[in-house]
Write a protein that binds this ligand. Sequence first.
Ligand code: NAP
Ligand code: GDD
Length: 375
Amino acid sequence: MVLPHQNFHTEHFEFREEASMTEKKRALVTGITGQDGSYISELLLEKGYEVHGIIRRTSTFNTDRIDHIYVDPHKEGASLFLHYGDLTDGTTIRRIIEDVKPHEIYNLGAQSHVRVSFDSPEYTSDCVGMGALRILEAIRDYQQRTGNEVRFYQAGSSEMFGKVKAVPQSEETPFYPRSPYACAKVFAHWQTVNYRESYDLFACNGILFNHESPRRGETFVTRKITRAVARIVAGTQDKIYMGNLDAKRDWGYAKDYVEAMWLMLQQEKADDYVVATGETHSVKEFLEVAFGHVNLDWNKYVAFDERYLRPTEVDLLIGAPAKAQTKLNWKPSVTFKELVQKMVDADLQALGLESPGGLVKDAAVIRDRIATGAI
Ligand code: NAP
Ligand code: GDD
């Protein structure tokens, strides 16, 4: 779908006026083009919200993850509006908040790759740490001036636990960040707490453990693996180069996790919550399940490349989601194995590797079919 990018900012004024007459709840989402941004937007639209997203101006379209929910704002019933802005640019953030007058803000925008944050620590800190502060300051002023409450969700991360001080990690576990990204998230976390306590803002920190999906960015380990499995099956890739396979993560399904974000902002009191499955698995286990799903032995395809190591690693993450379960009545719906298989299936499908009767789970059978032109 082609989006009328040049008109995003100017056109939303008239549409906002229309929307205000119907008194829809308005949400503003930073990072709307990312994995979580796309899922939360779907959820909010389903719930009848008017959704506004901040996108960065890019020379090529980067809205793939939200193209399926985007409706031309000229059409009646359009509820998704996009605005150009950047978390490193406080003026645009402020202006968009003033224009949109959101009831809820989900701050999901970030340079979210941990390894990359070691190469670009200043930019990562600006976008992740200062970005959150810029929004909090804009909300504080807007709320004080207008009296309109804006509820704020900050996308915190289990990376903040880093060199973990307790196993499993809960809301009470002290942080020990191990990367520029994690340091910036800790800064954003405490600013959020501080604005809640200083100015009585309804501001929540979600401390989310790793969550994945077929929409996960291709350079995060899970998607890198599931994409490689599909390409290896298709014969377009023969190896996958990786770093530390012993790291353990608490991996859940992104669609479940955005529900928890929304629930946090619907509570009577603002608070902070760990969102996790309570299970941990190594990168090796992920490889086993992903390659095993198409009957391949991962050992034959994985090679080591030290470029994927990090100067400091987070060895073990496992969350204790009891508070989210009790207070938000939230629980994950997808198991580790189901998640891995869902991602492999989606990557196979993306390459057209599907049999009429459903997915073929055997790499050899799929290869035969490719060779004979059947798929
Ligand atoms: P993602 O797929 O990497 O998406 C990041 C989003 O932020 C993209 O829309 C990106 O825009 C946008 N962005 C990057 N730099 C920006 C800037 N300077 N100004 C405005 N927007 C910017 O991340 P995700 O997995 O959806 O995660 C969402 C949030 O949750 C992030 O804050 C992440 O740090 C945090 N988090 C994620 C996980 C996880 O496991 N997924 C766990 C804990 C916390 P472009 O499309 O233009 O790049
Ligand atoms: N990306 C990547 N690529 N990671 C690899 C590779 C590789 O080739 N080989 C091994 N790993 C290891 C990393 O060293 C890390 O221990 C683990 O796989 C997971 O890496 P990522 O998938 O990049 O995720 P992450 O855990 O560092 O960070 C993600 O989760 C955080 C929540 O805990 C990101 O989504 C962060 O934004 C998020 O905050």
